[in-house]
Design a protein around this ligand. Structure first.
Ligand code: F6P
Length: 324
């Protein structure tokens, strides 16, 4: 391998820049070339590349987002699109890829490898933490800290007005952000897709909470939860059934994806970049690097995508006990 291409794809996450930096500097360390690919698979199709050396990634370890930009490409879903991408890589002498993203990114990489036998290595970058083969995806820790910080602020106003707040957080189909940030911020209830609390139990719990003397409450709701009502409908439902509550809703949205990465994410990104490049240089492919039991490890890309839920049942129990 003489030249590695690196790109970010799908939803951005804090730590992606730090991971690009690590890939570029590891290439420089091993004296091989590195090319940045702009706008994920779409930039690959269009041959939108930039040559990167160790100095071109200075001053980005602390920056949120991704300077290579990200995109979701429909053209790459077609055989013709992937052929164009392959031709562009070959024309630029790129002979291996590090893709930083989530399951959509990895699915694209796998198909590309099957069609062209092109070496690919994945780095899990998504705030959702919905990838098997790593305890943490890049950006997840930063997002947890951001969400906890915001909920602390919401609690200030909630308690000043004796109000109940439904706070909706991201996570797509999984409840990692909601569960962990919810426990960290001391939420009274946490609604996640992996465990449907049900409307009756939610009402009972809120009733009990009021009776026990609590004047304000925070309920964290994962965007993918299965309770059957969105946060605004939940507000109406609770106000109808428990008129003693004054309810407000706060949907945190994309602010959860921004901001300077935490130290944890910067360190993780640095480790993952090194592992990804070294694995390619060892002749490995179709793997995702991850953090398991504190150590860098690799998992086949197809297993990383189709893995089992890694929601922590013990943490669900802790959350139940804490809301007593
Ligand atoms: O996968 C990251 C994520 O932020 C999810 O939590 C969320 O459901 C989705 O992306 C939002 O996507 P978009 O940025 O396209 O609105």
């Amino acid at each position: 391998i003489k030249k590695i291409g690196v790109m970010t794809s799908g939803g951005d996450s804090p730590g992606m820049n730090a991971a690009i930096r690590s890939v570029v500097r590891t290439c420089a360390f091993y004296k091989i070339e590195c090319a940045g690919i702009y706008r994920g698979y779409q930039g690959m199709i269009e041959g939108d590349f930039i040559s990167l050396d160790a100095r071109s990634v200075k001053g980005i370890i602390n920056k949120g987002g991704t300077f290579l930009k990200s995109a979701r490409s429909n053209e790459f879903r077609t055989k013709e699109g992937r052929q164009k991408a392959y031709d562009a890589l070959i024309a630029a002498n790129i002979d291996a890829l590090v893709v930083i993203g989530g399951d959509g990114t990895f699915t694209g990489a796998l198909i590309f490898n099957q069609e062209f036998n092109f070496p690919v290595m994945g780095i899990p970058g998504t705030i959702d933490n919905d990838i098997t083969g790593t305890s943490h995806t890049l950006g997840y820790d930063t997002t947890l800290n951001t969400v906890v910080d915001v909920i602390d602020k919401i609690r200030d106003t909630a308690s000043s007005h004796n109000r109940l707040f439904f706070v909706e957080v991201m996570g797509r189909d999984v409840g990692h952000i909601a569960l962990n940030a919810g426990v960290g911020a001391g939420a009274e209830e946490i609604l996640i897709p992996e465990e449907d609390l049900g409307l009756d139990r939610l009402l009972e719990s809120l009733k009990r909470s009021k009776e026990s003397g609590k004047s304000s409450s925070i309920v964290v709701v994962a965007e993918g939860d299965k309770i059957g009502k969105n946060v605004f409908e939940l507000k109406d439902y609770v106000e109808e059934n428990l008129p003693e509550y004054e309810v407000r809703v706060s949907v945190l949205g994309h602010m959860q994806r921004g901001g300077s990465p935490s130290c944890f994410d910067r360190v993780l990104a640095s480790r993952m970049g090194v592992k990804a490049v070294e694995s390619l240089l060892e002749g490995q492919s179709n793997l995702m690097v991850g953090l398991l039991n504190e150590k860098m490890s690799v998992t086949p890309l197809d297993k990383a995508i189709k893995g089992q839920s890694k929601i922590n049942k013990e943490l669900i129990r802790v959350s139940d006990i804490m809301s007593t």
